[in-house]
Write a protein that binds this ligand. Sequence first.
Ligand code: BMA
Length: 312
Amino acid sequence: MKHWEHLEELFVRDHRNPLITSKHLPYQSNAVFNAGAADLGDEVLLLIRVESTSGRSHLIVARSRDGITDWEFEPKALLHPAQGFDYENNGVEDCRLTWMEDLNTWAIAYTGYSDYGPGVALATTEDFKTADRIGFIFAPDDKNAALFPRKFGDRYAMLHRPSVGGGSVWLSYSPDLRHWGSPTVVLPVRGGPWWDGARVGAGLPPIETEAGWLLIYHGVKHVAGGPIYRLGAALYDLENPEQLISRTRRWLLGPEEDYERTGDAPNVVFATGGFIRDEKLWMYYGAADSRICLATAPLSDLLDELHDNPIG
Ligand code: BMA
C-alpha cells in the first residue's frame, strides 16, 4: 500500500525558505510578511510589510539579484503610517504591485488601517524611492485590493474584498483610479466545509495568460484551532474580467512546514506578489504572518489544473 509523506500540491517551496525574516532587517521589528513583488529584469523588488515593535505596519523596499538570496533593504519606508495621511494612522499593510501599461507606472494597492478599521488605499510610484498617494478609495472594512494591469474599455478594474456580506471577492471599475463603482461579485465564498468556505480574497494581482486572467487567491476555513489560510487559483475571461471560467476545487498550497504552521498567525500562507519567469509562476507569500517565503509552479500545470475545474 502506498503511503503519502506529504500532500501533493502544485506549488514547490524553495528549499531556502524562509527567504526573509525580521532578523534580516537593519532595524528591530516584530515580523515581516505579505510582500508585493516586481520583476525588474536584473533584480526582483519586494515591497514588504514590516510590523514594527509598536504593532503597526509599514512598507519597505527589498531588492535581490536572483529574487532569493542577498536581500538589500532601503533604509527608509516607502509608505509609513507616520507620514500623516488620512485613514492610515494605524498602519499600511499587504500591498499588491501592478505595472500599469497605459500609465507607465507602478500602482500600489494596499490596506490603510484607520481608526474606523481597514480600508483600501492606492498610490503610484515610478522608482520605488517615493510614492504618490491617490488616497483612500474603499471605506472600511475592505482589503485585499489588486489592480488589473490594463483597462477594459475605458475603465480600470480592481478586485477587493469587503468584510461584510460574507467574505467574497468583488470587482469595481474606475475611469481615473480615484472614483470607483459598478461593484460586482466575481469570486463567491464557497461556504460549508470547503477550504475556501469562510472567506476568500485576491492574492496576486491578476496575470494575463493565453487561457485568461490567472488569479491566485486565498481561502479561509475555520476549524476548532482557528482559521487556516490556503491558496488556490481561478481563471477569468480576458476581455470580460467578471466572467469566471474555472476555479480549483483543491488548494494548491497550504500550511505544512513549521515556518507556516508556527508564528504570530499559525497555519497561514498568504500570497500578495509574484510574476511569470521561465514559464513558471514565482509566488512570494507570507508564512504565519511572520516571514516571507517563495514557492513556484509551472504555468502550464496551473492552467491544466484550471482546465480540469470548469465552472458550471
Ligand atoms: C488577513 C490579513 C493579512 C493576514 C491574514 C492572516 O485578514 O489581515 O494581513 O496575513 O489575515 O492572518
